[in-house]
Design a protein around this ligand. Structure first.
Ligand SMILES: [Zn+2]
Length: 585
């Protein structure tokens, strides 16, 4: 530290000594170095550790009693704004009494922190124009870090985060109906494990392609420093293609798609290149071996890809359309072949029992891409039964893609579309979004989360609310929708009961111990990854050992062993990217 320019010049020996103690303490507990003053930030003050758009609502939340708050400049500690905290409001989901520090009327860009006499100071945050661009970059590069079958290097910005090529060899599992080698190199590791799963790839890759379709002008110039950067294709599409190419390889010659490619059981907490378990293409165990959900998911995503990649690589787009058509034909013949782990296989199941929503999504995306009436006819004959799902945001998830089906139809309004169907989808989405916005305003923590939302992957639910609100905003632009979406982003980036940023290496107090094999093997958290978040289901031993009376939003442990609350996963990562893309300027 002595040779660095840190800390800034301070006036007395006493302050210098206190400051160096703080630096020392910060090193030991992995806290960021304080920019000004000796005091460590307190978890009692909850801010979005990335920041707030300078022209929007700006609220910090406080979990310890206070009266007034001050907004201070990080560089010199000068008070730039001060006001009263609101009266305490009880929050049943956390058990906290919460006060709000509203500094919306302060509009000078810069880096600040909140200080409350008797409580302490917050972590630093930025007020600016496009405050989430760096976080978007980090979250998208989170996908790059998940790449399988290639050497990965996060670059000089993140030294030590690299690995040689992994999982280069694959075989057909006995359950696949085929035998011999099937390498299928590529794709993203799904989560904290090294498996690759079609169904979860479907929603994840589809969500990224949608982010491009809706927010392309904001995303097209953001470079992700990935191997393809500069090839003339926007980087979000380059990264999505990495997984899409693997998805295409999972399609059999008859059009059907195998459900997953994993080892029979999970590997230990080792680096990807050290995982020598055979990577196997796993099927349903009996004819037709491929599953309907996986096949229809490929049909939907490849149909999106067929229109999205057309301006950049017409040949690739055509390959996707062909794959989508043959997958559709297979799923039409095999309408409900569901998947269960065959004997001896214990990796993630993604065992969806109902594939009718996947087929609806495939039909809607194919209708949007081709304009052919066969697809829109199927959609119109089947969509009505799915409409009520829109009344319960966030509604979509890896096993429930009906909202994607309904939305893509209403977004594209294809030739010959039924205006009644389009209107019903739009109206229900906007009405539900208005209810979510009202509920979020009334919530002490300003999140859309209800007690029942604190499930496995609850942070994906929070991001999913954001996505829902942003889709509603496309149908019917309304600042309360984008503001409420951003409230859920604030929750993920530190404005929560733990004062934790749930994205690794983002913000000054990010979570540290993801259930993620590369992080476990490296000994530190790989950058840009979203934690699963609080989970009242307590399906692991760490959560089971927490006090029995913890409110749902507090059932979380920043521990590697807590796979039920602290794993990372591409589907909630994709929802985060969509939310960030929507909040970019
Ligand atoms: Zn791999």
């Amino acid at each position: 530290m002595a040779s660095s320019s840190y800390p800034p010049p301070l006036r007395t020996r006493f302050i210098r000594k206190v400051f160096s103690l703080a630096v020392l303490a910060a090193l030991f507990v992995h806290l960021p170095l304080p920019v000004y003053g000796a005091e460590s930030p307190t978890t009692a003050i909850k801010v979005d550790q990335v920041g707030y758009p300078v022209d929007g609502p700006k609220v910090a939340l406080v979990g310890s009693p206070g009266k007034i708050f001050q907004l201070k400049c990080s560089s010199d500690g000068a008070v730039v704004f001060s006001a009263n905290l609101t009266a305490p409001q009880g929050d049943a989901n956390t058990g906290d009494q919460v006060q709000a520090a509203d500094f919306s009327s302060f509009r000078t860009p810069g880096t600040y922190y909140i200080e409350i006499p008797g409580v302490g100071r917050s972590w630093n945050f930025t007020l600016g124009g496009n405050v989430y661009e760096r976080t978007y970059y980090m979250a998208m590069r989170g996908f790059y870090g998940q790449r399988c079958g290639t050497a990965v290097d996060m670059g000089p910005e993140f030294p030590g985060f690299s690995h040689p090529a992994c999982h280069l060899h694959g075989e057909f599992h006995a359950s696949s109906g085929a035998r011999g080698e099937r390498d299928n190199v590529g794709g993203w590791h799904d989560a904290g494990d090294y498996g690759r799963y079609m169904v979860n790839s479907g929603i994840s890759t589809g969500t990224l392609l949608w982010a491009w379709e809706i927010y392309g002008p904001k995303l097209k110039d953001i470079q992700l420093k990935i191997p393809e950067t500069g090839n003339g294709t926007p980087d979000i599409l380059n990264e999505a293609r990495w997984n899409l190419e693997w998805m295409l390889k999972m399609q059999d010659v008859d059009g059907g798609v195998w459900h997953k490619q994993t080892s029979e059981g999970f590997s230990g907490f080792i680096a990807p290149q050290d995982d020598k378990l055979t990577s196997e293409v796993i099927g349903t165990g009996s004819a037709p071996y491929k599953s309907t959900c996986a096949t229809a998911d490929l049909a939907a995503v490849a149909a999106i890809a067929a229109r999205v990649y057309k301006p950049f690589d017409a040949k690739f787009a055509a390959r996707n359309l062909e794959a989508a058509r043959s997958a559709w034909a297979w799923a039409k013949k095999n309408t409900s072949v569901t998947f269960r782990n065959p004997p001896g296989v214990s990796t993630g199941e993604y065992g969806d029992r109902n594939c009718s929503d996947e087929r609806l999504w495939a039909a809607a995306e194919l209708a949007r891409t081709t304009g052919e009436s066969a697809f829109s006819d199927y959609f119109l004959q089947n969509y009505a039964q799915f409409l009520p799902i829109l009344d319960s945001p966030p509604a979509e998830g890896w096993s429930q893609v009906a909202p994607m089906a309904l939305w893509t139809y209403a977004l594209s309004n294809p030739k010959g579309a039924d205006p009644k169907a389009v209107e019903a989808i739009r109206r229900r989405t906007v009405t539900a979004a208005q209810a979510v916005a009202a509920r979020t305003r009334a919530n002490a923590y300003r999140t859309s989360m209800r007690a029942s939302d604190y499930v496995w992957g609850s942070n994906g639910v929070a991001a999913g609310y954001g996505m829902y609100l942003l889709i509603a905003n496309v149908f019917s632009p309304d600042a309360s929708f984008t503001d409420t979406a951003r409230d859920n982003l604030h929750y993920l980036l530190g404005r929560n009961t733990f004062s934790l940023s749930w994205v690794t290496q983002v913000g000054e107090n990010p979570f540290q111990h993801p259930h993620h094999r590369p992080s476990g093997a490296t000994g530190k958290a790989w950058p840009g990854l979203l934690s699963g978040g609080p989970n009242a289901g307590r399906q692991d031993a760490v959560l089971a050992a927490l006090p029995k009376d913890l409110p749902p939003a507090k059932v979380y442990a920043d521990q590697l062993a807590s796979y039920a609350s602290n794993e990372i996963c591409i589907n909630w990562q994709a929802a985060l990217v969509f939310l960030l893309a929507g909040e970019l300027k």
